[in-house]
Design a protein around this ligand. Structure first.
Ligand code: PLP
Length: 375
């Protein structure tokens, strides 16, 4: 009897065995899927990397223990001590902490570029500048980056472009096809999709960069566990279906919130008055994703009353799961910013971020109505 499973089993092992020295030599000399030690590679994490590589149209991918370790890996592919890196000012707080608090200690200099200057980079590039890190859709204001234009600016200045595509997912946008050199994801979010995995991925346009990323992952010990890899690969199979539902639900809710008297502003690329609506439509293949933010009265008591009155939607400071959740940027993702930095980005006390899930939209609308009625 031969056993032939339809799905890849979980290879929950830290190490693989060799029959003899010939088998060991074959591992080192023959190409192909052979395994020695899970930190170097495992069928479950390889499967996940290959599937994401296909979706992002890369020349190689490596999965990592988290989105943070994916960003670290990507930056280390191009930058070493003595180099200078540029980063978009509107960026995930963890990314700026990694650059400002950790990589600067290792001799990597960092400068933040305001969105207004990102397409020219005029005055920001030094002789030792190696790369620019940006996000496709920013958190929490949902600014959409024109990736083709920013890639042109980078090419003109001889910089590598790293794009964090977490909010868009490869279903909406493929940064490598628009000129990026590396795309990273917090796989924790849409790619796995069920709020039960912490993982990351680095996908490269050049095979040599993917190989370098794999080397960094192994040597720094940034690998993903087989079980997390298996769970994420399972979630990934429904990514396309989920993104359609996330996008359709988010559009309905954004339109409804926009006309609600207790809502002062809604930030969603799918709304015609969003500053990058046309770009988002083109770059997102007609979909706008499941993330939106909205502003209620700028006082914490109103925010608390809104949160407490919700019966279905929990306050959970993450995003992109199949069930809807809200987050509070001032108190979570953007807590480390100074009040002036928050003010300049429009992140006020009354700003609430909504990660729209794939539930029945009427159920979500009713819950939001309950929350808003309590303010
Ligand atoms: C846009 C973005 N990039 C990267 C990360 C880091 O990912 P992880 O939490 O999987 O390390 C996050 C986490 O929230 C994020 O929102």
């Amino acid at each position: 009897m031969s056993i032939s499973p339809k799905t890849t089993p979980i290879y929950q092992t830290s190490v693989f065995t060799f029959e003899d020295l010939n088998a060991l030599e074959a591992y080192f000399s023959e190409p192909g899927p052979q395994y020695m030690y899970t930190r170097y590679g495992n069928p479950n994490t390889d499967e996940l990397a290959q599937e994401i590589n296909l979706l992002e149209q890369g020349q190689g991918a490596v999965v990592t223990s988290s989105g943070m370790s994916a960003i670290l890996t990507a930056v280390l592919v191009y930058a070493k001590a003595g180099d200078h890196v540029l980063c978009a000012e509107e960026i995930y707080g963890g990314s700026s902490s990694l650059l400002s608090s950790e990589l600067t200690r290792m001799g990597v200099e960092v400068t933040y570029v305001p969105t207004a200057d990102i397409y020219s980079l005029e005055g920001y590039v030094q002789d030792n500048t190696k790369l620019l890190l940006v996000e496709t859709i920013s958190n929490p204001m949902m600014t959409v980056m024109d990736l083709a234009q920013v890639a042109q600016a980078c090419q003109a200045k001889g910089l590598k472009l790293i794009v964090d595509n977490t909010f868009a997912s490869p279903i909406l946008t493929n940064p490598l096809t628009l000129g990026a050199d590396i795309v990273i994801h917090s796989v924790t979010k849409y790619l796995s999709g069920h709020s039960d995995v912490t993982a990351g991925v680095v996908v490269a346009k050049e095979a040599a960069d993917a190989q370098r990323a794999a080397q960094i992952m192994r040597t720094w010990g940034l690998n993903l566990s087989p079980f997390e890899g298996w769970l994420a690969a399972r979630g990934l199979k429904t990514l396309k279906l989920r993104m359609r539902e996330h996008s359709a639900n988010a559009l309905v809710l954004a339109q409804w919130l926009q006309q609600h008297p207790k809502v002062q502003a809604v930030f969603y690329p799918g709304l015609p008055d969003h500053p990058q609506h046309a770009l988002a439509k083109e770059q997102g293949k007609g979909m706008f994703g499941g993330m939106l933010s909205f502003r209620i009265a700028d006082d914490t008591e109103s925010v608390n009353r809104f949160m407490r009155a919700l019966t279905h939607i929990p306050f959970a400071p993450s995003l992109a799961g199949v069930t809807t959740s809200i987050s509070y940027p001032v108190g979570t993702s953007h807590r480390g910013l100074t009040p002036a930095q928050r003010e300049s980005q429009g992140i006020t006390v009354g700003l609430i971020r909504l990660s729209v899930g794939i539930e029945e939209v009427e159920e979500l609308r009713a819950d939001l109505a309950r929350g808003l009625a309590a303010i």
